[in-house]
Design a binder for this molecule. Structure first.
Ligand SMILES: Nc1ccn([C@@H]2O[C@H](COP(=O)(O)O)[C@@H](O)[C@H]2O)c(=O)n1
Ligand SMILES: C[C@@]1(CO)OP(=O)(O)OP(=O)(O)OC[C@H]1O
Length: 158
């Protein structure tokens, strides 16, 4: 019997930070603030996977008080989640994520993101959906103050 999980995250956009989304560095004047690289998309995906497995969230496993994760690539979190799922006997059936960001357009980077996520989790690209929408100028994503992401994941017993 399969299990599903949901994840949501949001990070502030600031100058002087690299913009990393889905494990890919994207040219941008601003980047996401965070203790790690601030990769809002990967954080939502990690939480969806952890939730589906009935585990606690990303902040529990990778606390922002731990200097090991300062500036860390969030792909590391997915690699760690992969090991946790493996130990518990889960395989990823599929995951799907949506980024809410006014700019930049992520279309040119989608395949690189799917490839990075697929490598980190050891799953086929056909199991990974990544999408984006603007917030039509409304609220914090619409004003360009930050980005948000939501994700769902489905697991099966190995
Ligand atoms: N950061 C983004 C936002 C949107 N897209 C693509 O543009 C399409 C139209 O966006 P709307 O918010 O006007 O619906 C959307 O469907 C995405 O294909 C994007 O690539 N990056
Ligand atoms: C990823 C962690 C750890 O570096 O920090 P941030 O990059 O700030 O991200 P957030 O989604 O706020 O919380 C999870 C944290 O534990």
């Amino acid at each position: 019997m399969g299990r599903v999980g949901i994840g949501y995250d949001a990070h502030r956009l600031v100058t002087g930070r690299k913009l990393v989304l889905g494990g890919v560095v994207i040219p941008s004047e601003k980047g996401l603030l965070g203790h790690s690289d601030g990769d809002v998309l990967l954080h939502a995906i990690a939480d969806a996977l952890l939730g589906a497995a009935g585990e606690r969230d990303i902040g529990h496993f990778f606390p922002n008080s731990d200097p090991r994760w300062e500036g860390a690539s969030s792909l590391i979190f997915l690699e760690e989640v992969r090991e946790l799922l493996k130990r518990a006997g889960w395989v990823v059936e599929n995951l799907d994520a949506s980024l809410i960001a006014e700019a930049p357009k992520i279309g040119p980077y989608l395949e690189a993101m799917r490839a990075a996520i697929g490598r980190a989790l050891g799953i086929e690209l056909t199991r990974i959906g990544i999408k984006a929408t603007t917030n039509e100028g409304m609220g914090f994503p619409g004003r360009g103050e930050g980005m948000a992401a939501m994700a769902v994941a489905s697991l099966e017993k190995a």
